[in-house]
Design a binder for this molecule. Structure first.
Ligand code: AMP
Ligand code: GLY
Length: 425
């Protein structure tokens, strides 16, 4: 089978890594890929989704898997489907679950799926009135559209919440994406990343993960795209998995069918668990990054089979299996992340001589390019060191041992990934 992965991050590298070990996959392509995906397959530059579709048809590619939200929201799946090309991901209509927070919140309310109390509005007066009536702080203010993970403000006071609303609605903060806002209650609990692979009707729930969004140890400093993750988390038991299935995933799949936009692809549920109850913070319509990097190695079902069956509405015919191990991923970012760009720096990875480490740890590359045979860190989140183990502690130790083998100027990482799990064990 010939498979194309759309995207250029660590998420797409990790999907490619799983596919590269899959015997059913004969050819692997990335569009556009990064400086390291070229070690796994061919990088393909493209100008438009139509041009990419033509490449897929000319090269007899059997399956396209879309990593990031942007092409999904822009309708890549619709374009491929119209030409009968097999593609894994939601249509533009279904991708509105991520593309518009207003659409998502109204959908959750319509189908009685638990979420934080909110209003959606484009009126500053209405937003102020709602804020004035709120009984407690912090207050959460969200821009409607895609803002590269920066569109959520946790305001510590009513004044700050009003300021954020003003900056969004005036277009100063996020342009068009902020012309409508959500104001909602703050939920105090622990956060989970849950992923369901969906084919419109059936789904497979993956082991629950926890991300580490803040840049600094102990969850301090500004939010990032994610500085590390681990799975499965012992914070989730069978009761909670069942609640998420019955109260969130199943009503969502039925609701999207009723809306005429059956959900196919990865449903990423940002869950806040408050007093044992799962409450939906948000939906994304793709894998999380770095969550994908730790979940892919835990799947023992061949990746091509899973994605192909999901893309052809036949998940009911698949028995998915997971490894009994744990995975921990530690993100290594460039010096100025998440504030700004960083100078490009050469990456040196020491050879791993220890066999146990070599078999149980690896690197997923993200912000890298290849220049004259050298691998360069080009800024942002550069790579993820992934460790696998029979316990979270063992997986974490291996991830950090691997991280010790990696060098580039200005490298930066958190030292406490998976602390939530280790605290309770
Ligand atoms: P989002 O971009 O919607 O994922 O939000 C970014 C982060 O803000 C989430 O991962 C949460 O940590 C936090 N957040 C969003 N909404 C709420 C809420 N209602 N209560 C508490 N934290 C929230
Ligand atoms: N790691 C969270 C995200 O990908 O949105």
């Amino acid at each position: 089978m010939k498979v194309l992965v759309v995207g250029s991050g660590g998420r797409e590298f990790s999907i490619g890594l799983a596919l590269s070990k899959d015997r059913a996959v004969s050819h692997l392509y990335f569009a556009p890929g990064n400086g390291a995906t070229s070690m796994l397959g061919a990088n393909v530059a493209y100008e438009s989704y139509e041009a990419l579709l033509a490449y897929v048809q000319q090269n007899g590619i059997d399956l396209t898997i879309v990593g990031p939200e942007q092409p999904l929201v822009e309708g890549i799946v619709d374009i491929f489907r119209a030409a009968n090309a097999t593609i894994f991901g939601p249509t533009a209509a279904a991708a509105r679950l991520e593309g518009s927070k207003v659409y998502m919140k109204n959908f959750l309310a319509k189908y009685a799926i638990p979420t934080a109390a909110y209003i959606e509005t484009d009126s500053i007066e209405k937003a102020y009135k709602f804020i004035d009536a709120m009984k407690s702080t912090p207050i959460v203010v969200k821009a409607d559209g895609l803002c590269g993970g920066k569109g959520v403000i946790i305001a510590q006071s009513k004044d700050e919440a009003k300021r954020s609303v003003g900056e969004m609605l005036s277009g100063v903060a996020f342009g068009e994406a902020g012309k409508k806002v959500i104001v909602e209650e703050y939920l105090d609990g622990y956060e989970l990343s849950m992923f369901a692979i969906c084919d419109g009707k059936d789904y497979i729930l993956l082991p629950a993960a926890q991300d580490h969004k803040r840049i600094g140890d102990g969850d301090t400093g500004p939010n990032t795209g994610g500085m590390g993750a681990y799975a499965p988390t012992p914070l989730v038991d069978e009761t909670l998995y069942t609640k998420v299935k019955k109260r969130v995933i199943e009503p969502t799949l039925i609701g999207m069918q009723k809306e005429g936009a059956p959900f196919e692809g990865v449903l990423f549920i940002g869950v806040m668990v408050v007093a044992g109850e799962p409450i939906v913070l948000e939906y994304n319509v793709r894998f999380g990054d770095p969550e994908c990097e730790i979940l892919m190695p835990l799947m023992t079902t061949p990746a091509s089979e899973l994605f192909y069956k999901a893309a052809t509405k036949s998940l009911d015919a698949l028995q998915v299996t997971f490894s009994s191990q744990y995975a921990v991923g530690v993100v290594m970012a460039s010096a100025n992340y998440p504030y700004g760009n960083s100078q490009s720096a050469q990456i040196i990875v020491d050879e791993v001589h220890h066999e146990e480490l070599a078999h149980n740890a690896h690197i997923s590359y993200a912000g890298v390019s290849e220049v004259d045979g050298m691998l360069m860190a080009t800024g942002g989140r550069v790579l993820v060191c992934v460790g696998l183990g029979d316990t979270i502690q063992q997986a974490r130790d291996r991830a950090y041992l691997m991280a010790g083998q990696v060098h580039f100027a200005g490298k930066k990482m958190r030292t406490d990934i998976a602390y939530q799990a280790l605290r309770i064990q």
